[in-house]
Design a protein around this ligand. Structure first.
Ligand SMILES: Cc1cc2nc3c(=O)[nH]c(=O)nc-3n(C[C@H](O)[C@H](O)[C@H](O)COP(=O)(O)OP(=O)(O)OC[C@H]3O[C@@H](n4cnc5c(N)ncnc54)[C@H](O)[C@@H]3O)c2cc1C
Length: 570
């Protein structure tokens, strides 16, 4: 039962409520606050303040008890999160432990989560490639999922808007399958990366290698300095939280900007239980929150609600928001809520050596490397699987030490290390096809510590993904061979879905309320003052990293919502 004694109803009433303070919630909050709306940002986790709450950011390797590694017993207790490459001794405080927040895996799914102010914006790898027209046209052209209700041109100005504020390093590469944006100077490819670029682009039409675009301030502009952010120092310790604000996070950028307007109220430790739907008014009027510390239920009210809890949490929350009008979840007239979940396929890798360029080596760090945009099935269907994959590419050279010998010969060997061959590697980033059978739902029996039904996840790879893995291995073996790389090795990790951390869908956008949940402005067809602008809104997944697109959607939807409010349409 809601506790109505906490404050008066008026004190719990805002113009807007944003649920979640991660990458997309930060952008919704910034835009709504800047446009003058008194905005309440609700975050289930603890507060994390920029710089102050980055406990490991300046620690040296030997200051870590386990030199950065996770203890075996912790790994055994948390098998899912331990599979994430970024879950280490220096970052583990930003990850949700499996034991603390269970979910039901009807099929294996590695759900990687960050519950805190800033969400996963403190953990992400900051890769920010725009989607292209081929991505938004894809479902209609290739006949899967449903047609997107927008096209690239609808989002392009919002990509620009977001990129300028966030700060994206990249080159204008002039590729129509990876549109250019508003870039700061790019990080340079090293000599072997440049060599492969030249080989690839001279031997294949439509295959390119670029410096991967990333959310790092290579050359801060006035707007970034105004945010209190500074130049990226190439420390490559980003996932500990960057005290320079060199990379983009909600904590260093959008949330402080929103706070500066005086319009934001940030409430951590606030687990949103459900959205309140008023049948007489025919719209949502607020949210029910369980205070994570006192366990009390409190209601907050607003004219518009932005759901930015991250894709699967957003599905969870909407499914749990039931009423007489919506017995199966808010806006779920067509029964499709939670369905057509999709993700990325990061299963395959390839590595090799290069015996050239032995007169050069690189030392030092940089926050990004190379990127090969999707080249399969872009202009026409060429293979027996739908869609395609993008890929990373990086090259590096290691110092090899000879540990052979005894006494003075061993000493001699250790004191005279030599550069080894260049090593090169790529990983695939494949588009998976959204399907009705890939869904999430509420578990009918088990509940979490707040009395909310656990989320049940039923998602798996399919034949299309398997074929794509094989194609990646074949195509990259061919490209590596043509470039003269040797000792080529390919692998398929056979990992469970989820580990790509790019889960999307379940509340997809579309033209038709019969086949989609959200309209072209990211609002529920059936409840027009609730907006979903995180990964849950995605109709298909593309091959590019998705978070830049969530940011652009958030800014676009916030602009539309405020205009509608001004016209008294909401
Ligand atoms: C290691 C790693 C590397 C990644 N690399 C990249 C990359 O290179 N490029 C890229 O595009 N993406 C990357 N991602 C993914 C990226 O982090 C996510 O796509 C992005 O954070 C999603 O933004 P969001 O706002 O939807 O969710 P989040 O940033 O996760 O924020 C959601 C917030 O909502 C809160 N919340 C959830 N449920 C509730 C509730 N019921 N009530 C209140 N609050 C709630 C959560 O606690 C969280 O703070 C990476 C992620 C990780 C972990």
């Amino acid at each position: 039962m809601a506790n109505l004694n906490i404050d008066s109803k008026q004190e719990r009433t805002y113009d807007a409520i944003v649920i979640g303070s991660g990458i997309s919630g930060g952008w919704s909050a910034k835009e709504l606050c800047e446009k003058g709306l008194k905005t309440l940002v609700l975050e289930r986790g603890r507060n994390v303040e920029h710089i102050k709450d980055y406990p490991t950011t300046n620690m040296l390797p030997w200051e870590f008890e386990h030199r950065g590694k996770i203890k075996q017993e912790v790994e055994e207790e948390n098998p899912v999160v331990s599979r994430c490459y970024a879950y280490r001794e220096d970052t583990k405080h930003f990850f949700v432990k499996d034991t603390e927040h269970p979910y039901v895996q009807e099929k294996p799914f590695d759900w990687i989560r960050g519950y805190q102010v800033g969400g996963k914006s403190l953990l992400w790898a900051r890769q920010t490639q725009r989607w292209s027209k081929y991505d938004f046209e894809g479902p209609a052209r290739d006949g899967f999922a449903v047609d997107w209700p927008i096209r690239y041109e609808d989002l392009a100005p919002w990509y620009s808007h977001v990129e300028k504020f966030t700060g994206i390093a990249g080159n204008k590469d002039g590729l129509d399958n990876l549109p250019d944006g508003e870039f700061l100077p790019a990080w340079e490819l090293n000599c072997v990366e440049k060599y492969f670029k030249q080989q690839l682009e001279s031997q294949y039409k439509g295959r390119n290698l670029i410096s991967s675009r990333c959310a790092h301030l290579s050359q801060p502009q006035a707007i970034h300095l105004e945010q209190g952010r500074g130049q990226c120092q190439n420390r490559a310790l980003c996932q500990r939280g960057c005290p320079f604000g060199g990379y983009f996070s909600s904590n260093s950028s959008t949330l402080p900007w929103a706070a500066k307007t005086g319009n934001m109220t940030l409430r951590p430790h606030s687990v949103v239980h459900s959205i309140i739907y008023d049948e007489e008014k025919g719209k949502a009027t607020g949210v029910r929150v369980i205070d994570a510390e006192s366990k009390e239920m409190i209601e907050f009210y607003a004219q518009i609600i932005f759901v930015n809890a991250s894709a699967l949490h957003t599905n969870h929350l909407l499914l749990n928001s039931t009423s007489n009008r919506f017995p199966n979840g808010l806006g779920n007239d067509n029964g499709l809520l939670g369905k057509y979940v999709a993700f990325h396929n990061y299963r395959a890798r390839i590595s090799a050596e290069y015996e050239g360029q032995l007169d050069s080596a690189t030392v030092g760090r940089r926050p990004t490397s190379g990127y090969i945009p999707r080249f399969r099935n872009v202009y026409a269907q060429e293979t027996d699987f739908l869609r395609g994959y993008a890929s990373g590419f990086s090259a590096g050279r290691r110092v090899e030490r000879d540990y052979d010998g005894l006494g003075s010969s061993l000493k001699e060997n250790l004191l005279n290390p030599e550069w080894g061959n260049w090593r090169v590697g790529s990983h695939m980033m494949g588009e998976t096809i959204p399907k009705e059978s890939n869904y999430v739902a509420l578990d009918t029996e088990q509940k979490d510590a707040w009395g909310i039904p656990l989320l049940k996840i039923n998602v798996e790879y399919d034949d299309n993904d398997d074929k794509m893995v094989e194609d990646f291995k074949e195509q990259f073996t061919e490209m590596y061979t043509k470039a003269g790389f040797t000792n080529i090795r390919t692998s398929d990790s056979h990992q469970a879905p989820g580990l790509d951390i790019h889960e999307m869908g379940g509340v997809r956008m579309g033209h038709d309320p019969k086949t989609s949940l959200l309209d072209k402005w990211n609002r529920l067809h059936a409840c027009k003052n609730v907006f979903v602008t995180d990964g849950a809104c995605m109709t298909s997944t593309s091959t590019q990293n998705p978070s830049l697109t969530y940011m652009a959607f958030s800014a676009r939807a916030a602009d539309f919502a405020v205009q509608e409010m001004k016209k008294l349409n909401i």
